[in-house]
Design a protein around this ligand. Sequence first.
Ligand code: MG
Ligand code: ZN
Length: 223
Amino acid sequence: MEVKVLKNILNANNQIAEQNRRLLAEKSILAVNVMSSPGAGKTTLMLRTAEELEDKARIAVIEGDVSSSLDTEKLVQAGVTAIQINTDGGCHLDAGMVNSALQNLPLDELDIVFIENVGNLICPGEFELGEHLKVVISSTPEGEDKPHKYPLLFTIADAIVVNKTDLIPHVSFDMDSFSRVAKGLNKRAALFEVCGITGEGIGEWGAWIMDNLGKMRAEAGNK
Ligand code: MG
Ligand code: ZN
């Protein structure tokens, strides 16, 4: 019985995700679902990414948090178009929440929407949002064992971003071991080593996003 209930929830979610997918396609917008544990540096990476893509693409950020609008305030203060979703205790975003946020964004003036999911390495991986790309961020102070302990997110990711590389000398983080386990789970994912504070690796990461925007639009043009 419980399994059936969960299936119904996921089916309903997938239908709305499909609506989101159609809306994004109509507006030719690339959507990126950004997932990580709390404190991995998602919002700082969003700020850096907005800077990096400033002259290349028009972006917006949908901020998912259990409560508060601190992250959205940070982004808006930096001049980034951002909208807050509070899940009121919910530990992940679902397609309906993202649909409401999309309805409140100036979609005709956007090229890319980043969806910053609630900080959680578990269930965000189970909810399709209608996004084109799934990205998981793992920061070095969390240790190199995260792909091993939370394999789902790393298995479904299109990109795996190791953040806070500046802290490697101060924390126990074995990049080789991390890469080996991550690649063992998912050979297809792009792997980036970045630092949201110093800007290390942000150029490569931004180029990958722009490359995917180009690919998405070329595929849509061929249909
Ligand atoms: Mg945040
Ligand atoms: Zn959840």
